[in-house]
Write a protein that binds this ligand. Structure first.
Ligand code: FAD
Length: 449
């Protein structure tokens, strides 16, 4: 009977293990840290909730308002009440990864997968990497930090072990460039937290990232404040984080940093995602989208699609699938999402290339058709049919962004006043207080926008 090891108990691993266990296949799922709080913004699209049967209890906040902030601090508010109507139920889910991951992993275990609290340290791949595979691991289930050294032999491995994947190394999957993301979790007093009740913010500008965006995402009692940039700009990451803090300072003043975290984000898929009877899913494979940096849904989905292919090819575990069988999952994946990745890469290259383009991008987000199109495709992961005049308008707006090579805030623009305090009050507060903890921020007088 087929024996499968899923290495990694994040969204990709849990969703793969769930499908395998449901089909009655002998499955082990390895997670090195059962309370792992993966560094992550934790934003998930609405469709993930129903598609992966997620309960309300794992969602900290249901965000219906998004604020885009341009390099010149122009603010565009996107309200899902306006895009979809007040009585509709659309939202972006904000989760803490420790909560969401534990839920999905335990569900796979309840369905029959054997959950091992262990760190896989070595993978012997057999002749020509075709298996059977021998895993060496430190088993922490006795509660000791050192762990007990153990071995397990399996016929097939799913590598769901994230961006620093050990499975990818064992199968010689090849490297990928990684972006680096940095995040501080900042606890805010009740009043300021109230401001972020159902609001997320996105900041663009060279000061917050030369090729991505900065964010303030609300969690249950704190906000996640972060930024990302491609590998080549990695050395800038702390100054970029300082940039996000400065831009959001009037809302974050009096906050206290409770956690500082950083983690790589894959920039594109690995050269080889299936070798022998080893398949990569999620971040290990390289499935984070450009522009949005979204990876949770794609991790869960790829885990599920890979496992479904294995269930079918193995006839519910009666035989061992071949390399060709596993590659069918890649074919289906690339067919389903290849265009999405390409389009988002092009958009990132256009809109995050310089401050002029970013300014135009934020301006463009004020358009109701753009909002509808963006949220339909993000929340539901469907290709949205557009009327010809909408297509034409979007083309002109995009071209406009390409052509605008310098930062320009419209003359008529008036900064949106702080929703929490008036400007005078903010200035006075910033003279005496600052965010406590986290990265060291230069103590220079700050310009309040
Ligand atoms: C700062 C930051 C912010 C982000 N924000 C968002 C966001 O808001 N929305 C979004 O959709 N995406 C976001 N992402 C991307 C998202 O976090 C990833 O795409 C997603 O976590 C990938 O899931 P995964 O299951 O493939 O891998 P992971 O979540 O990385 O899970 C891998 C698991 O494997 C375990 N593991 C690793 N090696 C071993 C081993 N040898 N043995 C046993 N266990 C092992 C790890 O402990 C971990 O639990 C963000 C990423 C970063 C870095």
């Amino acid at each position: 009977m087929l024996r499968i090891a899923v290495i990694g108990g994040g969204p990709s691993g849990s969703c793969a293990a769930e499908i395998l266990a449901k089909a009655g296949i002998k499955t082990w799922i390895f997670e090195r840290k059962l309370d792992n709080a993966k560094p992550c913004g934790g934003a998930i699209p609405l469709c993930m909730v129903s598609e992966f049967d997620l309960p309300d209890s794992i969602i900290d906040r249901k965000v219906r308002n998004m604020r885009m902030i341009s390099p010149s601090n122009r603010e565009v508010n996107i309200s899902l009440d306006k895009v979809y109507g007040e009585n509709d139920n659309e939202y972006i889910g904000m989760c803490r990864r420790e909560v969401m991951d534990a839920f999905m992993r335990n569900r796979a275990a309840d369905l029959g997968a054997t959950l091992i609290n262990g760190l896989v340290t070595k993978i012997e791949t057999g002749t020509n990497k075709q298996g059977p595979y021998t895993l060496s691991y430190s088993d922490f289930s006795n509660g000791e930090t050192t762990g007990e050294n153990k071995k397990l032999e399996v016929d097939l491995i799913i590598g769901a072990d994230g961006a620093n994947s050990r499975v990818a190394k064992a199968m010689d999957a090849g490297d990928y460039n990684v972006a680096i993301a940095f995040q501080e979790r900042i606890k805010l007093p009740k009043k300021e937290m109230g401001y972020y009740e159902d609001l997320a913010e996105m900041y663009v500008g060279t000061d917050v990232s030369p090729d991505f965006y900065g964010w303030v995402f609300p969690k249950y009692d704190h906000v996640a404040v972060g930024t990302g940039t491609m590998q080549k700009n990695q050395s800038l990451i702390k100054s970029l984080q300082e940039g996000v803090r400065q831009r959001a300072q009037k809302r974050l003043v009096n906050g206290e940093v409770i956690k500082v975290e950083a983690h790589p984000i894959p920039e594109h898929p690995r050269p080889r995602r299936v070798v022998g009877r080893m398949a990569l899913v999620g971040d290990a494979a390289g499935y984070v989208t450009k522009s949005s940096g979204e990876g949770i849904y794609f991790a869960a989905k790829s885990g599920r699609m890979c496992a479904e292919e294995i269930v079918e090819a193995s006839k519910n575990g009666a035989k061992i699938p071949t390399e060709q069988d596993l590659k069918k999952y890649l074919k289906k994946w690339d067919k389903k999402y290849g265009t999405t990745y390409k389009v988002l890469e092009i958009l990132q290259n256009i809109f995050y290339s310089n401050d002029g383009a970013r300014e135009a991008f934020v301006e463009m987000c004020d358009d109701m058709d753009v909002q509808r199109l963006t949220f339909d495709s993000y929340l539901y992961k469907t290709v949205v049919a557009m009327k010809p005049w909408q297509q034409l308008k979007l083309t002109f707006l995009t071209l406009g962004s390409v052509l605008r090579g310098r930062a320009l805030a419209p003359k008529s623009y008036k900064p949106v006043a702080s929703a929490v305090r008036d400007e005078e009050e903010v200035k006075k507060m910033l003279a005496v207080s600052t965010i406590k903890g986290g990265i060291k921020v230069k103590n220079t007088p700050q310009k309040v926008s």
